[in-house]
Design a protein around this ligand. Structure first.
Ligand code: SF4
Length: 917
């Protein structure tokens, strides 16, 4: 059998000064310049790539902090089978033999791959080829199912292909930008920065934000429409009806290039269009609805940006089509500054779609349920088999694992035990699965804990390949660090298993360039007028040699054979990818979500991202800077709702649904509409005892796309009746305490643990002994002198302990009857240093000796500027603008991600100042 050599891979990585690569986080796909300044220490300087068209040198705070996430901590370095280190040869043989056996005994649908939008296109291509063409099942799905599969379905229904018509230049060219279901300020920050800059340059440009939550994105909005969750179809249908009644239709475009308009309009007109009723149903003020309609009617250059708020819904595909209908009706598609523009969540969600990484796709934008497509791909791959039916989509896939129908699953670069809806059931499914293989770069995740086989993968900065961003731009991700331990590329693992399953010729790839070349060739294969033109075609880059592949510059697809430049916009010619070349209007009607709130479950839970974290925090959680802004899981709640349930700011609450529970600290805000709560998606079972919000989310899916309804779960919220609260700061890493509420937060040179318990403490001393056991044991083992300072007030349940080792403060533990414990930041500043007499007194009294040491919550993560510092400076220096804050404190002057919050702080200071005493 011809196999790739298992030589010392550490020596094979390219070490270049100043490598141009691409950010591994959101779908903006920013170009990054990474410069390694110390190879053994893996010290890397990060800057934005000024020549990358997506960002022209800009980076958000997550991108800027990439250098802090490339260390060796927590890495999975060697293959393991059932907890024992094994060689690659043994591990790959085992996986191949077990997958082959299960396929032989139970058929190809008894195995599955669950992959990820974090993968490079080359990894995705090989995984898809192995499952669909050689194992013979379509059971490969991706976490992109959770992110944008409704957009894929909407595009295919309207355009005949999964085509994004626009490019980022449209952000600057639009006169009206509608952001719906998109908190771009936090989730696509560089898009937000581009919009903000465009608006500053052209103040006449209007921005409308449609969202149930008033998010940071509203900072640049001329109009904010607080739509009720799930009511988007009603709003856009009413807009379509308005466009018709106000003679704003592009009749020529509809007649020459579209089908189905009459039916779509009839469906829109069938709903109650009376403005008062529309206002009532959508929750938006009638005048604001009319203003939005007027602006849309009168602005030819209208761009609608939409994201997870639209996609993650049981009617997500219909929402997408309701938006697209309005653009088709006005002919505002394929033209500069106009179009429906889906913002993808993940760095390579688009690349996954290109290679067929979803269970209902084939490869190169072809379809499993099209016999001609199946035959073509089979012939191209010279594949022995090809599935004739779609595979199982993510939620159904884990359900089949739970039912024992899928007996082996290979999970690649994703953490479904955290991110899937009904996540406890996903964990239970994996616990009883015959074979769980997980390839990841991190050793300990909620999902690797379920693995029988762990395979160490290359991480960002080590792997090499391509990604595609939201505007169809393919960019290289390049290696600039050596592979740690025995970590290998995901495409290589898949190819090796394919070879060992008996398909050596089909998986004879020696490098990612080989995979890319085959992928590009397939995209162009029989892709012409005679066979029917497909949208995805990168034939011009098929057959690149290794050097040309390495030097590849970012380009937008399609770029057909013989062409020298990519395509900015599609559909400018009014030609679509349907059989008759015409776009399709979809007749859609508002649908209520499957699960509605009631007396038992009175709130609607919305989930989503926060500014400085990415997915399940396995990478961003390594950066103390990124945890300085928000370090603890929170539940945003309207103050009136909270008052009705006797919940106060900073209380720990329990969110419960019919599926599970999660705990978080309450954040009261009028930005959260009454009857709704919001909780971030990021916290895991590794970092918290009970804060995986996926456990609460209902597993309802959109019937068309299979995308879960992650933004609408009926829940109840009750105050967690803690008998005690506490926190620990420790320079020594401690295991996550086994408490009712426990969250681990990384600091600069310490760990912080936030704690609360339901049962009255028998003795706080015993709890402190337990919490700090590791610190004391380590000191004892090393023969180092310890000193313990203690303060006990038994009458009010207050206990404080500090541990010094050889005169330096190592740990503190504070326990009290309520959450009003001292500010952690000034205490954290003392960790690792000697204590003056003043510090000792302050520490035990729980109050900073110097009030300026208490900086408050970090707002600007780039320069670690806290809210209290900002408020003090505004008051004492008479600061009256974000620019003035930047000039005084530097806050907001680097990546700009915190500028919306600075503006809010300024506004609240001005309100306080103007309020008469
Ligand atoms: Fe990375 Fe997205 Fe931030 Fe750009 S905007 S730096 S792609 S996280």
């Amino acid at each position: 059998m011809n196999r790739l050599p298992l030589s010392d891979i550490s020596s094979t990585a390219t070490l270049l000064p100043g490598t141009n690569t691409t950010c591994p986080y959101c779908g903006v796909g920013c170009g990054v310049k990474a410069t390694v300044t110390d190879v053994p220490a893996r010290t890397v300087t990060i800057a934005g790539d000024e020549n990358h068209p997506a960002n022209s040198g800009r980076l958000c705070v997550k991108g800027s902090a990439l250098g802090e996430t490339v260390g060796m901590e927590g890495r999975l370095l060697y293959p393991e089978i059932r907890g024992e280190r094994k060689s690659w040869d043994e591990s790959l043989e085992f996986v191949a033999a077990e997958f082959s056996r299960i396929v032989r005994e139970h058929g190809p649908d008894a195995v599955a791959f669950y992959v990820s939008g974090q993968l490079l296109t080359e990894d995705y291509y090989v995984a898809n080829k192995l499952m669909k063409g050689f194992i013979g099942s379509a059971n490969i799905d991706t976490n992109s199912r959770l992110c944008m599969s409704s957009s894929v379905a909407g595009h295919k229904r309207a355009f005949g292909a999964d085509t994004v018509p626009n490019c980022y230049e449209d952000l600057e060219l639009a006169d009206l930008v509608v952001l719906t279901g998109s908190n771009a300020a936090w989730c696509h920050p560089v898009i937000f920065q581009r919009l903000k800059a465009a608006k500053e340059k052209r103040p006449g440009m209007r921005i409308v934000v449609i969202d149930p939550r008033r998010t940071a994105t509203c900072d640049i909005a001329d109009l904010y429409l607080p739509v009720k969750a799930g009511e988007d179809v009603r709003l856009f249908n009413a807009l379509l009806a308005q466009l018709a009644s106000r003679d704003a239709l592009d009749h020529d475009f509809i007649e020459q290039h579209c089908n189905g308009f009459v039916q779509a309009l009839a469906a829109a007109q069938a709903q109650d269009l009376a403005i008062a009723h529309l206002a009532h149903d959508t929750g938006i003020d009638a005048l604001d609805i009319e203003r939005f309609f007027s602006w849309f009617v009168t602005t030819p250059r209208t761009l609608t940006l939409y994201s997870q708020g639209v996609n993650q819904s049981s009617s997500g595909s219909d929402k997408v089509n309701a938006i697209i209908n309005c653009h088709l009706a006005t002919g505002r598609i394929g033209k500069p500054g106009s179009g429906p523009f889906s913002l993808t969540g993940q760095p390579n969600a688009m690349g996954g779609r290109e290679v067929g990484g979803l269970a209902n796709q084939l490869a190169a934008h072809m379809d499993i349920d099209n016999p001609e497509h199946r035959e073509r791909v089979q012939r191209f791959w010279q594949a022995p088999v090809m599935p004739e039916k779609n595979g199982l989509k993510a939620v159904d896939m884990f359900e089949a694992v739970h039912a024992g129908k899928i007996k082996a699953i290979w999970i690649v670069a994703t953490n479904p035990v955290v991110s899937m809806p009904d996540a406890d059931r996903v964990r239970a499914a994996l616990q009883q699965c015959e074979l769980v293989v997980v390839s990841d770069c991190i050793a300990d995740t909620d999902t690797t804990r379920m693995a029988h086989v762990k395979l160490p993968a290359l991480g960002w900065g080590e792997k090499d390949g391509t990604v595609t961003n939201s505007e169809r731009r393919i960019s290289r991700q390049r290696a600039f660090l050596p592979a740690p331990g025995e970590a290998r590329a995901d495409w290589w693992m898949m190819a090796e298993v394919g070879r060992r399953m008996g398909f050596a010729d089909a998986f004879a790839f020696a490098a990612p360039a080989d995979v890319f070349s085959e992928h590009a060739a397939l995209s162009a294969f029989e892709n012409d007028a005679a066979h029917g033109r497909r949208d995805f075609d990168i034939g011009a880059v098929a057959g690149l040699d290794a050097a040309a592949y390495d030097a590849l510059l970012p380009f937008q697809w399609p770029i057909r054979s013989g062409e020298h430049a990519g395509t900015k916009r599609l559909f400018a010619d009014g030609q679509f990818f349907t059989a008759d070349g015409r776009a399709r209007f979809l007749a859609v009607s508002p649908r209520t979500p499957a699960n509605l709130p009631d007396a038992d479950w009175p709130f609607v839970l919305n989930t989503g991202r926060i500014r400085d974290q990415w997915h399940t925090m396995t990478r961003t959680g390594l950066s103390a800077r990124l945890l300085a802004h928000i370090g603890e899981p929170f539940c945003a709640m309207n103050p009136d709702d909270a008052a009705a349930f006797a919940i106060r700011e900073h209380d720990v609450v329990t969110l419960e649904s019919r599926w599970g529970l999660a705990r978080a600290r309450v954040q009261l805000t009028r930005d959260q509409s009454a009857g709704t709560v919001f909780m971030p998606m990021h916290w895991t079972g590794v970092l918290s005892s009970h804060s995986r919000v996926g456990a609460v989310v209902n597993p309802v899916v959109d019937p068309v796309s299979g995308q879960p309804e992650s933004k609408h779960t009926p829940v109840r919220v009750r105050r967690f009746d803690a008998a005690w609260h506490g926190f620990v700061l420790s320079s020594v890493a401690l295991p996550l305490p086994d408490q009712d509420y426990a969250v681990a937060v990384r600091g600069g040179k310490f760990w912080r643990f936030e704690l609360a318990g339901e049962n009255t403490l028998v003795g706080p001393t015993e709890l402190a002994d337990e919490l700090l056991k590791t610190v004391m044991q380590q000191a004892l083992a090393q023969g180092r002198a310890t000193e313990t300072l203690e303060y006990v007030d038994a009458s009010c349940g207050v206990y404080r302990r500090a541990v010094l080792i050889e005169g330096l403060l190592q740990s503190v533990c504070f326990i009290g009857p309520d959450s009003g414990l001292p500010e952690r930041r000034w205490l954290a500043g003392l960790i690792g240093g000697p204590l003056s007499a003043l510090d000792r007194r302050a520490l035990l009294s729980g109050r900073a000796a110097d009030p300026a040491a208490d900086v408050g919550n970090i707002i600007c993560a780039c320069f670690a500027v806290g809210e209290k510092t900002i408020r003090r400076a505004i008051a004492t220096q008479n600061l009256d603008s974000v620019a003035a804050i930047g000039a005084c404190l530097k806050a907001g002057s680097n990546c700009g991600s915190c500028q919306p919050e600075l503006k809010q702080i300024l506004a609240s200071c001005q309100v306080v100042e103007k309020t008469p005493a």
